[in-house]
Design a protein around this ligand. Structure first.
Ligand SMILES: [Cu+2]
Length: 143
């Protein structure tokens, strides 16, 4: 019982213990949507500076009804999106969310995303830490 309480306290303290060694995000952007589309995606790179593995547990933005963590998998020769419970962030590495790979999926966008807009995004990590970001919308050239 005592051990369990101690573990609980350590879990509560862990976000502060890593205050100087926390995951950082760079290069975040959201994909501009055509006027008829209500789905989009956010891409970014997360740096985990500590040796321990971390994970991104969720992403939330008020501009979409549903926000999910996604990846792409090849299935019968076709690229398909799959929902993930978390995105693993290996220790001392960059994890890149990019087109045709890992991404933050937005469903039920309330108004079309246009280049020049900035949308709020909150990431929640397995340490319990939350990170608030301002994500610019960018037009994407698809080939
Ligand atoms: Cu997706």
């Amino acid at each position: 019982m005592k051990t369990r309480l101690l573990t609980f306290i350590l879990v509560l303290l862990s976000p502060f213990a890593y205050a100087n060694n926390i995951a950082t995000v760079s290069g975040a952007y959201a994909k501009e949507t055509p006027p008829t589309s209500t789905t989009s995606a956010i891409f970014l790179t997360i740096n985990n500076p500590v040796a321990e593995d971390r994970a991104l547990l969720s992403a939330k933005t008020p501009i979409a009804e549903v926000t999910e963590l996604h990846t792409h998998v090849m299935q019968d020769g076709v690229m398909k999106m799959r929902k993930l419970d978390k995105i693993d962030l290996p220790g001392k590495s960059d994890t890149e969310l990019k087109p045709h790979g890992l991404h933050i999926m937005l469903f039920g966008i309330k108004e079309p995303l246009k280049e020049g807009m900035v949308i709020p995004l909150t990431l929640t990590f397995d340490t319990g830490r939350m990170l608030n970001l301002s994500v610019p919308v960018k037009k994407m050239m698809m080939h």
